[in-house]
Design a binder for this molecule. Structure first.
Ligand SMILES: Cc1cc2nc3c(=O)[nH]c(=O)nc-3n(C[C@H](O)[C@H](O)[C@H](O)COP(=O)(O)OP(=O)(O)OC[C@H]3O[C@@H](n4cnc5c(N)ncnc54)[C@H](O)[C@@H]3O)c2cc1C
Length: 392
């Protein structure tokens, strides 16, 4: 057991979870770790790894076994995500966005939609993600402008989505639209479609980013895209925002798990480096200034894990956990940012070098503060819950 990556978890895994984690760990060591630096710096999509992820069943990780998925609970899924993020955070995006789309169908789809899409999502034969954000609207989703107009048995969609993970390599997306732009309140005019690429629905360009390399982020363009009314999620208009927001607790637990993975990788590499790098006749791990950093990094990592798995267990018990998931997401992502910066300091000049992975952690970590609701919004959610749960 690695004391850094497994602090807190040792007694926690059931037999099934332990087996899955074991296969994922072996795959990461054998097929992922040796190739990460090359793919990261070439910003190259990891096609081979995606094939291996299909074989491992990861594209069906949280999909119900009735539809061919693994049916993992939130706690085990978070453990899988943490492990993968410890090795290469980008891979978690390829599966996570896809599984959020699958969760929308699983939670709100009609029986026909579930049997049509979920088995293909579970095998990874049909992959994609979630299309919410637009050039003018991210946090304020009710301000989106993409419009779906009814036309006989079809709808016609026009508009642009941006920052969509898997936008180029993915073929199917859960797309949030306005079916009634004049509705009040605004969310009553919002609907979600499960849309496969085709005439009128294309990815326009790959967006350049400082991190999260390998995974494609793209703009999606809908230009007179005709889609059957059978693809309206749940078969009724007006439930789109609910579908988009319904997965947020789980989504935030997953972002928190990614934060734990990055924070853990930064600590692991820092301890190893500090034990071998010598200055003034001894390993830098023997200098108190470095020990203070390691002590703080390990404590914040442990706190992040406690928050993350506390929220995951509450989710698995079926309890409301928006405050807990928000705390976990907020704290673990900030810890990932802090630990990656401290790792850079501990590595000195080598931390700034592209030959070490530290600079990658430093580029990847801030995304966790933005995605699935920014950390500004998380703190507001936490405060609102505090107030709501404390009636005067
Ligand atoms: C690499 C990457 C991948 C992404 N993948 C996807 C994806 O797959 N699908 C998808 O739909 N989107 C995706 N996004 C978009 C992401 O979800 C948004 O960037 C995020 O929701 C923030 O929206 P915004 O960028 O429009 O910022 P804005 O909403 O414009 O916010 C700007 C700033 O204002 C703050 N702010 C906003 N409203 C308030 C308020 N009421 N009170 C206080 N502060 C506020 C925010 O916290 C932030 O600091 C991705 C983004 C990136 C960078």
């Amino acid at each position: 057991m690695n004391v850094i990556s497994d602090i807190h978890h040792a007694a926690d895994d059931g037999e099934e979870a332990a087996l899955i984690l074991d296969s994922v760990e072996k795959w990461l060591e054998r097929d992922v770790r040796p190739h990460v630096m090359r793919l990261e710096h070439a910003d190259e999509y990891p096609h081979e790894m995606v094939e291996q992820m299909k074989e491992l069943g990861l594209f069906g990780a949280t999909i119900d076994p009735d539809y061919g998925g693994l049916g993992l609970n939130a706690t085990t899924y978070a453990r899988v995500i943490e492990k993968i993020a410890e090795t290469w955070m980008s891979l978690t995006g390829i599966m996570n966005s896809h599984l959020i789309m699958a969760a929308c169908v699983q939670r709100q789809g009609t029986d026909e939609q579930k049997s049509r899409f979920l088995p293909r999502f579970a095998t990874g034969e049909l992959r994609g993600g979630l299309g919410l954000t637009e050039p003018n609207a991210g946090t304020d989703l009710q301000a989106i402008r993409t419009r779906a107009r009814r036309d006989g048995d079809d709808y016609v969609i026009d508009g642009t989505k941006t920052w969509i993970t898997n936008g180029i390599e993915g073929a199917c997306f859960a797309v949030l639209v306005k079916t009634d732009p004049d509705a009040e309140p605004r969310h009553k005019g919002m609907s979600m479609f499960i849309a496969e690429k085709g005439p009128g629905f294309t990815a326009s360009k790959k967006l350049e980013k400082i991190g999260y390399k390998g995974v494609d982020s793209a703009e999606l363009v809908f230009d007179g895209y005709r889609i059957s009314a059978d693809n309206l999620l749940g078969g009724v208009e007006g439930k789109g925002l609910q579908a988009a927001l319904g997965g947020l607790e789980l989504g935030r637990i997953n972002i928190a798990a990614r934060g734990c993975g990055l924070a853990s990788a930064a600590l692991r590499d820092s301890v190893a480096y500090a034990q071998t790098r010598e200055t003034f006749g001894k390993p830098i791990a023997q200098h108190q200034a470095i020990q203070l950093k390691l002590g703080e990094m390990a404590t914040k990592l442990q706190a992040s894990r406690l928050l993350t798995y506390d929220a995951a267990r509450a989710y698995d018990r079926g309890e409301r956990c928006d405050m807990e998931a928000g705390m976990a997401k907020f704290f673990a992502s900030e810890t990932a940012v802090e630990n990656s910066l401290e790792a850079m300091r501990i590595h000195g000049g080598y931390g700034y070098s592209k030959e070490y992975p530290i600079e990658r952690y430093f580029r990847d970590a801030p995304l966790m503060c933005i995605g699935e609701g920014t950390n500004e919004i998380q703190r507001m959610i936490i405060a609102k819950q505090l107030i709501e749960r404390n009636p005067v």
